[in-house]
Design a protein around this ligand. Structure first.
Ligand SMILES: Cc1cc2nc3c(=O)[nH]c(=O)nc-3n(C[C@H](O)[C@H](O)[C@H](O)COP(=O)(O)OP(=O)(O)OC[C@H]3O[C@@H](n4cnc5c(N)ncnc54)[C@H](O)[C@@H]3O)c2cc1C
Length: 487
């Protein structure tokens, strides 16, 4: 009989781990605090409208496909997805508008047409991003990294010999400023630092690998929205015999001399030979482990940013908008200085507007749209959020009016709001950070909490707050690493 595994949390990493281990005939049980799968990959409904509440950008779909293949199934029977023709429409304060096309050649032509950027620069940048990805991904994303073998592996030595190509000694902004003439394009590529809650003026240029994922490998969108990824994975896990307990928070991990023996739920022990945690590592140590020293140094590290999101039911249709839209701040550097230095929200924040009903017609009634309006905000340190949110809402509406030439406020039929406090409370994310620790330092990639510690037997960690980091692809990578680690 194969071993039994209890998984804490049905976020995307918990679901992926459940599928992987069930495919190896482990007896898998998942305990989830809330009433639905997905964690941050959530959804809300209101009178014919539906919103994805968390992630909206879907890259590296192969990592999800792989789970279906392992289970002997086909992803397209549960979740179909499309490659985006226009990845994002960018609006700048000087009135310039650029479509970032999924096809690199077309993107390059658009950059020349709108900004006069010489042909070849975008291609060269994306080729360089690909090179960084190829040198680093197997080492830093898809492997455990924290073992001696890594440092003598041919891949590590190859990366070391070409370290100068990784842009690890320059900031992302400086690397981009060297490559592009147009400050608009520098800003566009700088924005990829925010894909893991970091700051382009401090994060290493190595993070330019993110634009490779989106522009060379492609940006995708599931035909029934992002939450359908979680539902499809849950359905697959069900078919494989995984048992789910919703509304069942795990209270403790039952340990015997540093060996995991099961989980405690509602005062009762559910024994298992292995335990995998998909919850935020901070709360895991604080709440679930007894008699274990809190790794203070780990939690002194800088957190990634959080978000303020307005989910608006809009009475109208805006043909000039795409699925993903960005309205850039007129002063990007100052925006990040507010986030990091002053821990507040800039008066002219960059707005991300995501409208899933542009592709999923059932997500809004005819003649209406479901807007997800997000800005980056600092982690929750007890700021006066109610005042900050009221001011930010005003500034967002003004900025949208400037850029779209329409006052959106009278069109809002219903509003839901997510802020660092609700993100923290809703998904147990320490300080409401979206992606665990930030990647602002050169050593961030090496200093996340490992997926496994020798001092604990039978205990493993997956998800956005541990190695290799936050975001759907990295969470799926953590599940793959743990799968390989469990003998
Ligand atoms: C607003 C927002 C936008 C984002 N945008 C993107 C994006 O566009 N693209 C992208 O790739 N990523 C994005 N991300 C990041 C991405 O959503 C996360 O990195 C990823 O979903 C985290 O998954 P996870 O499995 O690590 O954890 P989570 O989704 O946090 O799931 C953890 C689960 O554990 C449960 N849990 C916690 N404590 C307990 C307990 N004691 N017992 C039982 N269950 C427990 C929680 O309820 C939760 O369901 C975004 C995140 C947010 C919030």
């Amino acid at each position: 009989m194969k071993k039994s595994v209890n998984i804490v949390g049905a976020g995307i990493a918990g679901l992926a781990t459940a599928i992987r281990l069930a495919a190896r005939d482990y007896r898998v049980t998942v305990f989830e605090r809330s009433d639905a799968p997905g964690g941050k990959l959530g959804t809300i409904y209101w009178e014919g409208f539906r919103w994805d509440t968390g992630p909206s950008l879907f890259t590296l779909p192969d990592l999800v496909e792989e789970l279906f293949v392992l289970a002997g199934s086909e992803m397209k029977t549960s979740v179909r997805y499309q490659k985006l023709e226009v990845i994002t429409r960018y609006f700048y304060e000087d009135g310039k508008i650029l479509n970032a096309y999924g096809e690199p050649q077309r993107f390059e032509e658009e950059a020349e047409r709108v900004f006069g950027e010489p042909v070849g620069h975008v291609r060269k940048h994306l080729d360089h991003s690909r090179e960084i990805y190829e040198l680093t991904s197997e080492l830093f994303i898809f492997s455990r990294f924290f073992r001696m073998g890594t440092f003598i592996s041919p891949k590590f030595i190859k990366a070391l010999l070409q370290a100068w190509k990784l842009d690890s000694m320059v900031t992302m902004h400086d690397a981009n400023a060297k490559r592009f003439r147009s400050p608009h394009l520098v800003q566009l590529f700088d924005r990829y630092a925010t894909y893991n809650g970091s700051d382009p003026y401090r994060a290493p240029g190595t993070l330019n690998i993110i634009s490779h994922l989106e522009h060379n490998l492609g940006a995708f969108f599931p035909e029934r929205g992002m939450h359908s990824l979680a539902l499809g994975m849950k359905e697959l896990a069900d078919r494989m015999g995984v048992i789910f307990h919703f509304n069942q928070p795990v209270e403790k991990v039952a340990m015997n001399r540093r060996e995991a023996k099961g989980v405690v739920v509602e005062g009762g022990i559910y024994p298992s030979e292995l335990v995998v945690s998909d919850m935020d590592i901070f709360y895991f140590y604080r709440d679930l482990l007894e008699d274990v020293a809190f790794p203070v140094r780990q939690f002194r590290k800088e957190r990634s940013t959080s978000a303020l999101i307005f989910y608006w039911a809009i009475d109208g249709v805006f043909p000039g908008l795409e699925l993903h839209n960005i309205f850039f701040s007129g002063n990007y550097r100052e925006e990040f200085s507010c986030l990091r230095g002053k821990r507040t929200i800039h008066e002219d924040p960059t707005i991300y507007l995501f409208i899933s009903s542009k592709m999923v017609h059932g997500d809004a009634p005819a003649g209406k749209e479901n807007w997800y309006v997000m800005i980056n905000v600092p982690e929750n340190l007890g700021q006066d959020w109610d005042s900050l949110i009221a001011l930010a809402r005003r500034n967002i509406l003004d900025k949208l009016r400037r850029n779209l030439g329409t006052d959106v406020e009278p069109l809002i039929l219903k509003e839901f709001v997510a802020d660092p406090r609700s993100i923290e409370a809703g998904t147990s994310s320490h300080r409401g950070s979206l992606y665990g620790n930030s990647s602002n330092s050169r050593i961030a990639a090496f200093s996340r909490h490992p997926n496994f510690l020798r001092k604990f037997r039978g205990l493993f960690f997956v998800g956005g707050s541990v190695h290799p980091g936050g975001g759907i692809p990295l969470c799926l990578a953590s599940a793959r690493i743990v799968d390989q680690q469990i003998k």
